[in-house]
Write a protein that binds this ligand. Structure first.
Ligand code: NAP
Ligand code: GLV
Length: 310
């Protein structure tokens, strides 16, 4: 079996080639650039491939996304349409996202930005906030990551809600589904966490209309994809006080351009797409296992539904 690896936006392709080669003895793992005869490649392992990169490989059996989202693969308008896309998910990714969401929800809940501002002014300013059961947190997207994050928030004691496409039952979480449940879900959410996949239905969902449906002074955490957010709408909502604070891990353009206003906005916390980056060694093992299973059976657990976009 021949595997071609490609992470054009990062300088890590050769590292992944060497790691996967060690995990797939008897297979031939190469960088996509070095795949002299594209017809001989069975699997492509990619993160943010460029348009047209994958179309050259006419005998691909599957494409592996080094990550949970497949939007970066589907964004290629020349993508061969009938090749299965395998996501890379698992306990490591889920745990990291639970930690990130808990950290930033607690930070907003305890009003840490205001507390740190008081410290900077040598101001002994005691901020007393409601207890977690009196704080409503909503999680949009109840898949691998959203369901785990919502469960963690419920375990911390927050009044936790979740929203997904289909109906769900999650211990300690009040679940809403579909367009019909959306406004009721949003109504009263003090802190909103986005963990939706990026699709035609979810692009731009974090917009002025949504912000108006949240209570005044709500906080927003976007740890899914940058294009979920209409950036100008968020800036307007922050400036009017409708939204008090935002934590943003993902952006329309990554890395976030150095002159982007989010860097210095007093109500925005920027993290550089680190909410849940899979540990490479763990990711490598998951990918190798998925490839071996797929080679043997023609499928594996983590094949995404390209038609629905996640
Ligand atoms: P997933 O398992 O595919 O789950 C997606 C969830 O979103 C499902 O619950 C789905 O509902 C729901 N959903 C999809 N479209 C919807 C719609 N139109 N309306 C309502 N709900 C909708 O995804 P995941 O593994 O949890 O990952 C979610 C996203 O997180 C990824 O796509 C990726 O973009 C992002 N991510 C970010 C980082 C980071 O470091 N910032 C790391 C990993 C992933 P159903 O269950 O009803 O289908
Ligand atoms: C990271 O953003 C992922 O999709 O896993």
């Amino acid at each position: 079996m021949r595997v071609a690896v490609y992470l054009p936006a990062e300088d890590k392709t050769q590292w992944w080639v060497d790691m996967l080669q060690g995990l797939l003895p008897g297979w031939d793992v190469v960088s996509l650039d070095a795949a002299a005869d594209p017809e001989t490649v069975d699997f492509a392992v990619v993160w943010r491939p460029r348009t047209g990169d994958l179309a050259r490989f006419r005998n691909l059996r599957a494409i592996v996304s080094i990550g949970a989202g497949i939007d970066h693969v589907l964004a290629d308008s020349e993508l061969p349409s009938d090749v299965p896309i395998i996501r890379t998910v698992g306990a490591d990714l889920t745990q990291r996202m639970r930690e990130y969401v808990a950290l930033h929800v607690l930070r907003h809940h305890r009003d840490m930005p205001r507390q740190l501002l008081a410290q900077a002014q040598n101001d002994w300013h005691a901020i007393v906030v409601p207890v977690a059961p009196n704080r409503t947190v909503g999680v949009m997207g109840l898949g691998n990551l959203g369901a785990a994050a919502a469960t963690t928030l419920a375990q911390l004691g927050f009044a936790t809600r979740g929203w997904s496409k289909s109906e769900k039952t999650i211990d300690g979480v009040t679940c809403f589904a579909g367009q019909g449940g959306f406004d009721t879900f949003l109504d009263g959410c003090d802190i909103l966490v986005n963990l939706l996949p990026l699709t035609d239905q979810t692009r731009g969902l974090l917009n002025a209309s949504l912000f108006r449906k949240l209570p005044k002074g709500a906080c927003v955490i976007n740890c899914a994809r940058g294009p979920h957010l209409v950036e100008d709408d968020l800036v307007a909502a922050l400036d009017s006080g409708q939204i008090k604070q935002a934590t943003l891990d993902v952006f329309h353009i990554e890395p976030l351009p150095t002159d982007h206003p989010f860097w210095s906005h007093p109500a925005v916390t920027v993290t550089p797409h680190v909410a849940s980056q899979i540990d490479a060694a763990t990711g490598g093992r998951l990918i190798a296992n998925n490839l071996m299973t797929f080679a043997k059976t023609g499928t594996c657990d983590d094949v995404a539904d390209a038609e629905r976009g996640y």
